[in-house]
Write a new protein. Sequence first.
Length: 359
Amino acid sequence: MGEVDPAFIQAPEHRPNLSLVAETQGIPVIDLSSIHRHLQNDTVSDPPAIEGVVKEIGRACREWGFFQVTNHGVPLNLRHRIEDVSRKFFSQSLEEKRKVARDHTSLPGYYDSEHTKNVRDWKEGIDFLAKEPTLVPISGDEDDDRTTQWTNRYPQSPPDLRETVVEYVDEMEKLAFKLLELIALSLGLETKKFHGYYLKDQSSFIRFNHYPPCPSPDLALGVGRHKDPGALTILAPDEVEGLEVRRKSDQQWIRVKHIPQAFIINIGDVFQVWSNDEYESVEHRVIVNTEKERFSIPFFFNPAHYTIVEPMKELINEQNPPKYKPYNFGKYLVNRKDSNFQKRDGENLQISHFRLPSI
């Protein structure tokens, strides 16, 4: 990427102000070892053994929107393999990587700032669908009922990339379903309350991120501040720290400390609506530096495209009325994809657009 092109310089309000970053208190770290022993097949063999973990999950979702998990059950050798194929892919020439470039019609494929022109993030990436094909609306227009199929664009090299991605996605789904159960319990809901939004179809995907060293890190961000539109994100970072979370208590940016083998979890817009604002999707961003490149692999656990997202009926009553009107997740996702691919004059669609007026 070389020098910072003026076209990709962040607007002043989005540039990193390192003086605002606090590192005195990190996001919660939660040990899941007891879960594997006592929560199996929707049966809790020892309720007191997982009660503490459920409370920790609830507190983290309520106060941070982020947490890290250890002893999660994902094989370490698979973590190493997925990181290895990611690095090998990005080490190829730009010409080779662009052979699987995405376009405005589909999510999967490779992209970089110079290729998409409008993307102001200092990074390159490639997306792979968890389920192939994935059925999605053809547009974000509420009056357009047509659907289309997205399919993956796998590169020829490295040759074991496809096999590794498929295996890794399977492990991510296992962990994601377990997290869904814990979050459901933390909200006082039945264990498998959220499973139905994923069992037949889902629009989940995995992303490889590469953040090259940036000659002017004070002018650009790896990823600008944003919130995730889906339900859950499971992030596998490397040892180079760069992810920052906006702490809810004081709005300061907190650098996420690296914990070997841990995954970083955050709830997205869908869970904010499902919980009727009990849990909040929180802003985060990625800082780059001049010397070190950074790699990360997020898994975005998204419901089926036809899911109507609305507050859970068990969580609303006269004292706590619904705060959002229902919306179609697939159309929301497609609208966000389109706004990321091409510059728009208006504000990108946000869940705030579905918020009901306070009574």
